[in-house]
Design a protein around this ligand. Structure first.
Ligand code: ADP
Ligand code: MG
Length: 391
């Protein structure tokens, strides 16, 4: 069976109750932001390419209230925070906020520091159903939930949602020290129920792609429960290969390259690694565009084929899969009713995403469990809405 996700309302209730017990009053503000799954378009973001994520029903809820005191106090009920599940700091000018310990608090401090105005001191409680470190973007859910909380608290919003996503990304870069792309914050901010989001990472133009006719089909997320450990050196190595390939070709980025350029790289004696990394990126950008078209036409068979090709390219050319992810993907593909399966996220662990017929879910889960050496967790992924205030 897939894990049953608690409804947002029950997550909210838990947060409100904890807040009342901890701070002795009722919270006045209540918001959430979702995690996400990327359906296709992996390692394309830093090559000015396209990505196609959707927001998940897994959410990070923040409840809280401002007060006249000097200290902001925040408590997270997440397992990921370890022993120090609470922190406090002096509220005041946002320019004075600095990253520090505990590390998880830096995502929140970064959002406060990058908000559009100073905010008063507040107390808050965070409860999340997004598994942390699984590649479903608990970090962006936390940032975007924090930013949404600040918007509600202050009554001020940036002019465009893009600016909110960018401020959250900046928080992750400068406070958490993670050089992430922009996809996660965009989808957590702009997700729309029943839609995936096609994002052009070159100019940040977005297009909502309807998935309202999934009908008999569904996306299944499988957490390998091996943390996604794409070390920063492995990540940088691949990124540098892409930049080098673009440089050899005399292009600004691999977004401007096509399959003929692969031949050009070979004829210019580029290393095998550069050729393979470029080939993944160039084909993946095209696959992502084709996948968006397939989705718009309700051509799920084609969408599934593109997912399979994406995984194979990530495994063979980009070399970011793992034996666990490969084993889950192969097992899924063996089941009648599965249209496509691939790793999702940066790779080396984390989750897979599978498109399949609804009536094949149980037997697919059983087969994947039987074939996998570890203990996977399964979630049904319905295309959900972006961050918002909950009344
Ligand atoms: P992912 O975004 O794929 O889940 P990351 O490594 O980018 O993985 O982000 C996980 C980190 O984000 C955690 O280690 C923790 O520091 C922080 N985080 C995420 N959710 C929460 C939460 N609910 N409470 C506290 N920290 C959180
Ligand atoms: Mg993250």
């Amino acid at each position: 069976m897939a894990t049953l996700l608690p409804h947002v309302n029950s997550v909210k209730e838990k947060a409100l109750q904890t807040f009342a017990e901890k701070f002795g009053e009722q919270a006045a503000v209540c918001v959430y932001a979702p995690g996400r799954v990327n359906l296709i378009g992996e390692h394309t973001d830093y090559n000015d390419g396209f990505v196609l994520p959707m927001a998940l029903p897994m959410v990070t809820v923040i409840v809280g209230k401002s007060h006249n005191g000097k200290k902001t106090r925040i408590l997270s009920l997440s397992d990921v925070v370890g022993n120090i599940n609470e922190f406090e700091f002096e509220a005041g000018s946002r320019a004075d906020i600095k990253p520090g310990e505990p590390k998880w608090a830096n995502y929140i401090k970064g959002c406060i520091a990058n908000f559009i105005c100073d905010v008063p001191a507040f107390n808050a409680v965070i409860v999340s159903t997004v598994p942390a470190g699984a590649g479903l973007s608990s970090s962006a859910a936390l940032e975007v939930a924090t930013y949404t909380f600040l918007e509600t608290l202050s009554g001020k919003k940036p002019e465009k949602p893009e600016l909110k996503a960018l401020a959250c990304q900046k928080a992750e870069h400068n406070f958490a020290g993670v050089p992430c792309g922009i996809m996660d914050q965009f989808i957590s901010t702009m997700g729309k129920e029943g839609y995936a989001l096609l994002l052009d990472c070159r100019d940040l133009i977005t297009k909502q792609i309807p998935m309202l006719h999934l009908n008999n089909y569904i996306f299944l997320i499988t957490n390998s429960n091996t943390p996604h450990k794409l070390s920063s050196s492995a990540y940088c190595e691949r990124r540098d290969c892409c930049y080098e390939a673009a440089k050899i070709l005399g292009k600004k980025s691999l977004r401007d390259a096509n399959m003929n350029d692969i031949l050009a790289l070979i004829s210019q004696n580029a290393s095998e690694s550069i050729v393979k990394k470029a080939r993944h990126v160039i084909t993946e950008i095209q696959r992502t565009l084709n996948a968006a078209v397939a989705l718009e036409k309700n051509d799920f068979q084609q969408f599934g084929r593109l997912m399979n090709e994406s995984h194979d390219s990530l495994r063979d050319d980009y070399e970011v899969s793992s034996k666990e992810l490969d084993s889950l993907v192969s097992a899924a593909r063996e089941v009648d009713g599965v249209l496509g399966s691939r790793l999702t996220g940066a790779g080396f662990g984390g989750c897979t995403v599978t498109l399949l017929r609804k009536d094949a879910v149980d037997k697919t889960i059983q087969h994947m469990k039987a074939k996998y050496s570890g203990t996977p967790t399964f979630y049904i992924a319905t295309p959900s809405g972006g961050a918002r205030e909950i009344s």
